[in-house]
Design a protein around this ligand. Structure first.
Ligand code: TIU
Length: 220
């Protein structure tokens, strides 16, 4: 069944049987003090505005029975999958912090915040890079479920959300980005990143408010 969502630059025609919600990197390491985001010099409180809107869309997605995928950025404990090029520019990765070793799989900081904890059966994709398709099984998971549309949420808008959006675009997925269910440490980057999605007739896809997406999922 199809249903239109109010969106920029044009309404998004939701295909409820082929859409997935992808929640990107809503991890303590990015959203709570003492993690990776803070180690990079950021004010992590700036990302918290996205939590409520994502909670709303996640509840609607679960009620509608659509696929929900969660991603986590992080590395193996021995950092074997951490490129030197990334390590040099993010020296905090692997260091001990108040939430365990920063951006290391299995540590408390690497985990998804309690408000958005994955439910049983929802795939959690661990990724070593910014994009959720690079060096992961995400594409296989989506193809197996015949998914062609992605609703993208999470942090940060211009880094991991945008990288995933671009990877998804080139793989043929239609992408809708939640304007209030994404966030950046830099409000001006958040705004610009969203404008880039919808500009030029929707060069990367669509941008919509979480309330409109949740309402459409609820009615579908
Ligand atoms: N630093 C920053 O804005 N983001 C990241 O390093 N990763 C994600 O966006 N998840």
């Amino acid at each position: 069944m199809s249903r239109e969502i109010a969106a920029r630059p044009a309404p998004f025609v939701l295909d409820i049987g082929r859409v997935a919600l992808v929640i990107i990197d809503m991890q303590r390491d990015f959203l709570e003090p003492g993690g990776f985001g803070a180690a990079l010099g950021n004010d992590v409180t700036k990302l918290r505005a996205a939590i409520g809107p994502i909670v709303t869309v996640l509840a609607a997605a679960r009620a509608a029975g659509i696929l929900v995928v969660h991603t986590r950025e992080g590395h193996r404990p021995d950092l074997a999958d951490l490129h030197p090029a990334k390590h040099r520019r993010a020296a905090g990765i692997g260091r001990a912090g108040p939430m365990g070793r920063i951006l290391v799989r299995g540590e408390a900081g690497h985990g998804i915040i309690d408000d958005l904890a994955p439910a049983d059966g929802e795939p959690v994709v661990d990724k070593p890079g910014k994009g959720a398709f690079y060096a992961t099984d995400l594409e296989t998971i989506l193809h197996k479920r015949s998914i062609t549309q992605l609703i993208l949420a999470g942090v940060t808008t211009e880094v991991c959300v945008h990288t995933t959006l671009r990877e998804a675009n080139d793989r043929g997925f239609e992408c809708l980005v939640l304007e209030d269910g994404t966030a950046s440490y830099f409000p001006e980057f958040h705004r610009a990143a969203l404008e880039m999605v919808a500009a030029q007739g929707g060069i990367f896809g669509w941008v919509a408010a979480s309330a409109d997406v949740a309402a459409s999922l609820a009615g579908a």
